[in-house]
Design a protein around this ligand. Structure first.
Ligand code: DGL
Length: 293
């Protein structure tokens, strides 16, 4: 497993490994197994509005959360190869499952900086807990990888982390049941055991989950802090680009295609969903054949 480093060391390390000249004006590549990574893209749009984004959602092969490490790594490598055809300056793995299973392999292959969502989320959670009892909710894959536990305990060995796989949240979000009695009921069943063990911090360890944040916060109550790794990832991405002199200081030119979306299936459905959560008037998504990459 990868060594845990401080943010600063990670940035320095990234500087050392690149061999290609990087261009400030180049877009950022962002990918997920489907629509979940839009919560990360949305944060990047909000926190670093001058950046262009090429987003890929693997809608033909979602979910990743019940697949093997080998399969998720193979899919992720294909997507990185696809994103690199746009000469992206950096890649954001906007999927916890891919970040848990494939980061090491992607970092080895990639000659541009690459950032996942797990480390930023873990760092924030380790900072905010007061009673040292943390919960992580995520896909089966992310929970069984124990990646959050590993990172958080390397930062603070005195905390205890309780992981809970919540596989039904992904289809509920994809069906648009963001505030619905069915979602409430399932969330209550999943979360009761975390309430009973008195956690004070809950990591939303799947990029779909911030979309049901209000349900989760209602059930967990006011004494539990919800950590959204999407927010932390965008913050660390900004910091990394600044330190590498890669932050785009000027807004993209009028008429330039600022945000581009690609999927592996069902572009229409993806667009409807994307437009419901991102309010920047996204006009289109294109379907591509990802197996070619
Ligand atoms: N977006 C994925 C994640 O953050 C969850 C969906 C899936 O299982 O593919 O882990």
């Amino acid at each position: 497993m990868a060594e845990i480093r401080t943010g600063q060391n990670e940035i320095r390390n990234r500087k050392r490994i690149h061999h290609v000249p990087l261009n400030r004006d180049a877009p950022i590549g962002v990918f997920d197994s489907g629509v979940g990574g839009l919560t990360v893209a949305r944060e990047i749009m909000r926190q670093i509005p001058n950046e262009k984004i090429i987003y890929f959602g693997d809608t033909a092969r979602v979910p990743y959360g019940n697949k093997s490490q080998e399969t998720v790594t193979r899919f992720s490598k294909q997507i990185v190869r696809f994103l690199q055809t746009f000469q992206v300056k950096t890649i954001v793995v906007a999927c916890n499952t891919a970040s848990a299973y494939a980061m090491d392999a992607l970092e080895q292959d990639c000659d541009i900086p690459i950032i996942g969502v797990v480390k930023p989320g873990a760092r924030m959670a380790a900072e905010v807990t007061r009673n040292g009892r943390l919960g992580v909710i995520a896909t089966e894959a992310t929970i069984s990888s124990r990646i959050y536990t590993q990172y958080i305990q390397e930062l603070n060995p005195n905390v205890t982390i309780y992981g809970k796989a919540c596989p039904l949240f992904v289809p509920l979000v994809e069906e648009g049941l963001l505030e619905d009695p069915v979602t409430d009921e399932i969330a209550r069943r999943y979360l009761t055991e975390l309430i009973d063990i008195d956690i004070d911090t809950l990591i939303l360890g799947c990029t779909h989950y911030p979309l049901i944040r209000s349900t989760l916060s209602k059930i967990m109550g006011p004494n539990v802090t919800l950590v959204n790794p999407a927010y932390e990832t965008a913050r660390e991405l900004r910091q990394m680009l600044e330190q590498m002199n890669l932050l785009n200081e000027d807004p993209p030119k009028l008429g330039s295609n600022r945000y581009q979306f690609y999927v592996s299936d069902k572009a229409e459905k993806f667009m409807t969903f994307a437009n419901s959560i991102i309010k920047y008037g996204i006009l289109s998504a294109r379907t591509i054949h990802i197996e070619k990459y």
